[in-house]
Design a protein around this ligand. Structure first.
Ligand SMILES: CC(C)[C@H](C(=O)O)[C@@H](O)C(=O)O
Ligand code: SF4
Length: 432
């Protein structure tokens, strides 16, 4: 622990939330929120019940959703939903999102205003790092930590080491946050940031929307990071304003307050890396690990069977807008099938209002309800053995979207262009 130097963003959050220092560099943090979904939470709930500890530390700090397989596809997933539902009712968990109001957790919870700069958040889900886009420390945890979090509102972590990644230059047309993060992971590798917090800094991040920052932070875990963090600024305040307007006299006042979660100038990093994205072409994965990354042009013409647009990485309204721009007025190739799943009901509604759903349907896409489903090969678009899916998701492990299937990760623009061509292709939004 550094005592006499400036602090990183994560160090500031840790120092403000420390409730105990059990041993060595372990720190027990007080939690601002515990997020829950129906795949990992029922295991924790059942264990707490078995141990006679069926309690929650503060129902107002628990946000829960049924999102991974919804509507349920079989008796097992129906039971997982039921356990969540009964638990939420029993403990008066108000922020519980069931069918009709449910969407992919990492898109839904920010949209509901549950994340704030400086917050500490845990969830039994590896992409909890997404919420660091707001300047929070948000980390995926296992069942034991989740149980302790639910019961006592605390979680033990090692005092964080941070890597600062400065993204400079200017993003070319048709190149997006997804291309940037794929490129970074391709360069630093799947272990490049193991057990570290990545701070995403620099002018390109400062110019990004909250949606784009979430895409960036979402894949921090694919480089091994505990969390990705973007610095809270006016973009953050603007996004949160509907939820915080009663707390602050002005946006400026909110910003002044949130600035304390930015790192100090003399903070000490394990590593500082720079990426100039001015000449970055659209990126794609070619193997079974997210660091097998190359320019889309190198994969041009590769056959695919299915195109999937959705997930906590790229199922937000901006993503659907970009894909719809590429598809506009055209039909996808007869040789492929397209599936789009807007990540939340609010995104779905916006996409309807803006005519985006019509664009997708006219193009020949199947519009699925908001759910993780196909992303982890559980429902709504599982691929067959030997099939290939062009996907806007975050994981390309062997069989991820279906046993024996292959996944290529890419941006929504590339996915839409691939759907039109019937094989991997750059979108015409990319002009170089
Ligand atoms: C089901 C859940 C535990 C899992 C995760 O933690 O990441 C899922 O969301 C995924 O993306 O594979
Ligand atoms: S959308 Fe995919 S990566 Fe994101 S939480 Fe769901 S299953 Fe995990």
């Amino acid at each position: 622990m550094q005592e006499n130097t400036g602090k990183t963003a994560a160090e500031k959050i840790f120092d403000a939330h420390r409730v105990d220092n059990p041993a060595g560099d372990m720190v027990v943090l007080g939690l601002d929120a515990v997020f829950c979904h129906e795949i990992t939470t029922p295991v924790a709930i059942n264990d707490l019940i078995a141990r006679g500890k069926d309690r929650v530390f503060d129902p107002s700090c628990i946000m829960a959703v049924i999102d991974h397989v919804t509507p349920a596809k079989d008796s097992k997933t129906a039971m997982q939903g039921k356990i969540m539902r009964d638990w939420a009712r029993r403990h008066h968990i108000e922020h519980f999102f069931d069918i009709g109001r449910n969407g992919v957790c990492h898109a839904l919870f920010p949209e509901k205003g549950f994340v704030r700069p400086g917050y500490t958040i845990i969830m039994g889900d590896s992409h909890t790092c997404t919420h660091g886009a707001f300047g929070a420390f948000a980390a995926g945890v296992g069942t034991t930590d989740l149980e302790v979090g639910i019961l006592n509102g605390v979680c033990a972590f090692r005092y964080p080491r941070s890597i600062k990644i400065e993204i400079t230059g200017e993003l070319p047309d048709g190149v997006f946050a997804k291309d940037v993060i794929l490129h970074i992971i391709g360069q630093i590798g799947v272990n490049g940031a193991t057990d570290c917090v990545i701070e995403f800094a620099g002018p390109v991040v400062a110019a990004m929307s909250m949606e784009a920052r979430m895409t960036l932070c979402n894949m921090a875990v694919e480089a091994g990071a505990t969390c990705g963090i973007c610095y809270p600024d006016m973009t953050t305040v603007e996004y949160l304003w509907p939820f915080i307007r009663t707390e602050y006299d002005s946006r400026q006042a909110a910003l002044e307050n949130y600035r304390r979660w930015q790192p100090d100038k003399d903070a000490v990093y394990q590593q500082v890396l720079q990426f100039d994205v001015t000449d970055l072409p659209p990126q794609i994965t070619y193997g079974y690990k997210p660091d097998k990354v190359c320019p889309v042009s190198e994969m041009q013409g590769t056959a695919v069977d299915q195109i999937y647009i959705g997930s906590c990485t790229n199922g937000r309204i901006e993503d659907l807008r970009v894909a719809a721009r590429v598809l506009s007025g055209q039909r996808i190739n007869d040789s492929v099938r397209g599936i789009v799943s807007p990540a939340t009901p609010e995104i779905y509604q916006k996409a309807l209002d803006e005519g985006i759903i019509k664009t997708f349907m006219d193009a020949g896409f199947c519009v699925a309800n908001p759910t993780c489903g196909a992303c982890l090969g559980m429902s709504c678009g599982v691929i067959a053995e030997g099939e290939v899916c062009a996907s806007t998701t975050n994981r390309n492990f062997y069989g991820r979207m279906g046993k024996g299937g292959m996944v290529h990760l890419m941006s929504p623009a590339t996915a839409a262009a691939t759907a039109l061509a019937g094989h991997i292709a750059n979108s015409d939004l990319y002009r170089k």
